[in-house]
Design a protein around this ligand. Sequence first.
Ligand SMILES: [Zn+2]
Length: 192
Amino acid sequence: MKKTKKTVKKTSKVRKPAPKSKVQRPKSKVSPDVRLTGVPMVVEKTDPAMVIQWPRTIVHHHTYGLLSPFFEGLKRGVLRGVRCPNPACEEKGIWLPPRADCPDCHTRTKWVDLKNPVIGEIFTFTHVEYPGNGIEISYPYYQIDVKIPGCCTVMKGYLVRGEAKIGMKVRACFRTKQPTNTILDLSWEPAE
Ligand SMILES: [Zn+2]
């Protein structure tokens, strides 16, 4: 008998409740009634099956990265290019549009502000009558390639008025009021 009693005692000791967990469990809450937050969809047709219009949109988070000063410049009416600071580099001209690194020697480039008014010359052009989807300027318009003195590149842009001709002088214009924060803040107008 004595022996049995001892065994029972031991067993009850082992079965002691486990220490309380330190993990806090959220208390259950009663939610208010679930409401509809969407809007009704337009029914396009019902035959032979129901078709609704379900609009979808996305926000694309696009970074200008190291080229941000170029777009900051456009807003302030300044055209900014870059130059390679490597004395051993053969390219001494200004890159426009800018490049973060020299395409020839891969050295990090330095910013250069072009003096206003920036006058360039139409190198070539296209009359755009049917632009692609998503164009944010009116058309038809002239897309122009502009040669700018001191630059080693020919920059694309658009002529805001007038008729494009090869060799025609054009002046840089900036959308400083209500800028779009895109390349559309730079345009060109006839300068002759
Ligand atoms: Zn270089």
